[in-house]
Design a protein around this ligand. Structure first.
Ligand code: DOR
Ligand code: ZN
Length: 345
């Protein structure tokens, strides 16, 4: 096969940031994707409907002329989130989902949840209205090894929450483990999982062998090879439980290339070419559309895009190594292999 046409993909987990960074990187997602679930972990976070409305306007302003990219807004769940505000923001169509960060789990998660009993009324409301909860699934206990944090979260936090809140629709964001794959697969229609582009490509050796690679560091951190292979199998299976959420998370290079570097891989620029390469390697190009364009809308109960994108196979694709933004240069994820699938304009 030398050409493939898909319904236009969506990104079900994206960091667009704010200000100069937003202006610099929004076009990278808008070029190929139709919609994206926008992460609310700004400083300060997007907590209320009013915050989301203002952020949405700033995103729309940052989009290139003529773009019809649609930001799907999320609210950052805090222990003081008001259920009435959530209900109103969802009913008006402004907000698509809420995001749960365990406090301290990752970038700008200090306002996240410590005591899950405090968010019980919001979770009950979400279950009743069918509002999805996007979950950063890692425990933060200092005695839990960072490579075990996802698996422990499933047992200690996620499974109890789901049992206590029947009908709650949950997206396990950016799963990185075989345990995540197995739990998502067994979870039924109210459970989905996003998988990033980079976790299909790198394992923990890529971060650490031969010198530390800050641009491969993200959270959840990439795990052992057996886990990467489980993610590949899940993504390329066509199973409706799994869909693309790039977690493309730009940080200016000085913040990454530092003695205490930020977590995040920036993949918005070359994600579709990487995915086509990965799916072709696994003999699953026919499943790419399910993963990138169909399973996500099905979970979120939204229509599949009416538009299409075409990828053509040929000489290795060229793409910029960095995106220059007013907030500094952002390094584009290096998949470590030539990419042969070009997205047609
Ligand atoms: O690597 C990550 N970067 N993981 C997250 O959960 C947050 C994100 C960010 O905002 O930079
Ligand atoms: Zn993220």
């Amino acid at each position: 096969m030398t050409q493939i046409t898909l319904r236009r993909p969506d990104d079900w987990h994206l960091h667009l940031r704010d200000g100069e960074m937003l202006a610099g990187i929004a076009p990278e997602s808008a070029r190929h994707f139709g919609r994206a679930i926008i992460m609310p972990n700004l400083v300060p976070p997007v907590v209320t409907g009013e915050d989301a409305a203002a952020y949405r306007e700033r995103i729309l302003t940052a989009l290139p002329e003529g773009s019809n990219f649609t930001p799907l807004m999320t609210l950052y769940l805090t222990e003081t989130t008001d259920p009435a505000d959530v209900a109103a923001a969802h009913a008006s169509g402004l907000v698509t989902a809420l995001k749960l960060y365990p406090a301290g789990a990752t970038t700008n998660s200090a306002s996240g949840v410590r005591d899950f009993d405090k968010v019980r009324p919001v979770l009950e409301l979400m279950a009743e209205k069918g509002i999805p909860l996007c979950v950063h699934g890692e425990v933060v206990d200092s005695d839990i090894d960072i490579f075990d944090r996802e698996a422990v979260f499933i047992d200690r936090v996620l499974d109890p929450i789901r049992r206590a809140t029947p009908g709650l629709r949950v997206v396990m964001e950016h799963i990185t483990t075989k345990q995540g794959v197995d739990y998502a697969r067994a979870g039924g229609d109210d459970l989905g999982a996003t998988i990033t582009t980079h976790h299909l490509v790198i394992n923990r050796n890529h971060i650490l062998v031969g010198g530390i690679k800050p641009h491969y560091y993200c959270l959840p951190v990439a795990k052992r090879e057996e886990h990467r292979l489980a993610l590949r199998e899940a993504a390329t299976s066509g199973d409706a439980s799994f869909f693309l959420g790039t977690d493309s998370a730009p940080h200016a290079d000085p913040a990454k290339e530092s003695a205490c570097g930020c977590a995040g891989c920036f993949t918005a620029t070359n994600t579709l070419s990487i995915l086509a390469e990965v799916f072709e390697q696994d003999g699953a190009l026919d499943k790419l559309e399910a993963f990138a364009s169909r399973n996500g809308p099905a979970f979120y109960r939204l229509p599949v895009s009416e538009e299409t994108v075409t990828l053509t196979k040929g000489e290795p694709v060229t793409y910029p190594g960095k995106i220059e933004t007013g907030a500094g240069p952002v390094t584009v994820f290096d998949p470590g292999m030539p990419l042969h699938w070009r997205v047609e304009a």
